[in-house]
Design a protein around this ligand. Structure first.
Ligand code: NAP
Length: 248
């Protein structure tokens, strides 16, 4: 098992890519601290992972609530003595064209996708620094690299996630620490986030994607797993595209 007894915090764990990652990490023996805003979905996930070799601990946590973030992370560190992996996967969209985007839409996306990643990482990093090891995986998007019509707020956060990833890869590896920080940039993946996209948008994306299909959540979770475990021990500060070739 590739993550046996590793303590892994995953945000946005109850749906889509985060859910696929939680199941995968549990199947590889991890202790998964599954954080999300939906108690019911987390409970369902706990039941679904019950028979897997790892263990899933559900935590109702809104990553924008800084005090709650620090309390949950401290509880985890106290109970398990360490945090090996952080997956900053929680994310939302509130799409609108620039000329129509409201301040509420801007603030909501910035708060979850950017400040939430900052909150979680700032809470977890001290434990990794003390242990001089760890892996942090941040979820960006192809949109953070190329932009996308109607996603000023989302593109800003996903570009920001890449900038934070590279900064932390440099900052947290000082004094010989083996703390790795990488970003994953998915293309268009079949999850609740994309289920309401108009058919013509999906067809357009497929036409621009060499592999000519949308991705599955598990195909992103596979890359999270690789970056979480020791097989990627010399990889840091990278942005790994999981997009069927959409970026080329
Ligand atoms: P998803 O199915 O909507 O899952 C996201 C999960 O995060 C949901 O359970 C959501 O809860 C939760 N969440 C929202 N706000 C939160 C908060 N403040 N604190 C904690 N959890 C919160 O989306 P997904 O497609 O799996 O996306 C996962 C990540 O991949 C996101 O960062 C997304 O931006 C990124 N991504 C996705 C795609 C794609 O095509 N799907 C492409 C590129 C990047 P609610 O459902 O209750 O809001």
């Amino acid at each position: 098992m590739r993550l046996k007894d590793k303590v892994c915090i995953i945000t946005g764990a109850a749906s889509g890519i985060g859910k696929a990652a939680s199941v995968k990490f549990c199947s590889q023996g991890a202790v998964v601290i599954a954080c999300d805003v939906s108690r019911d979905s987390l409970e369902q996930l706990r039941e679904e992972t019950h028979s897997l070799p790892g263990k899933l601990i559900p935590k109702v946590l809104d990553v924008t609530r800084r005090d709650d973030v620090f309390r949950v992370v401290q509880d985890v560190a106290t109970e398990y003595g360490r945090i090996d992996v952080l997956v900053n996967n929680a994310g939302i969209t509130r799409d609108a064209l620039l000329l129509k985007m409201t301040e509420e839409q801007w603030d909501a996306v910035i708060n979850v996708n950017l400040k939430g990643v900052f909150n979680m990482t700032q809470a977890v990093a001290p434990y990794m620094v003390k242990a001089k090891k760890g892996s942090i995986i941040n979820t960006s998007s192809v949109v953070g690299i190329y932009g996308n019509i109607g996603q000023t707020n989302y593109a800003a956060t996903k570009g920001g996630v890449i900038a934070m990833t590279k900064t932390w890869a440099k900052e947290l590896a000082r004094k010989g620490a083996q703390i790795r920080v990488n970003a994953v940039a998915p293309g268009f993946i079949k999850t609740p986030m994309t289920e309401n996209l108009p058919e013509k948008v999906i067809e357009y994306v497929k036409s621009k994607t060499p592999l000519a299909r949308m991705g599955e959540a598990e195909e992103v979770a596979n890359v999270y797993l690789f970056l979480a475990c020791d097989e990627s021990s010399y990889i840091t500060g990278q942005v790994i595209g999981v997009d069927g070739g959409l970026q080329i």
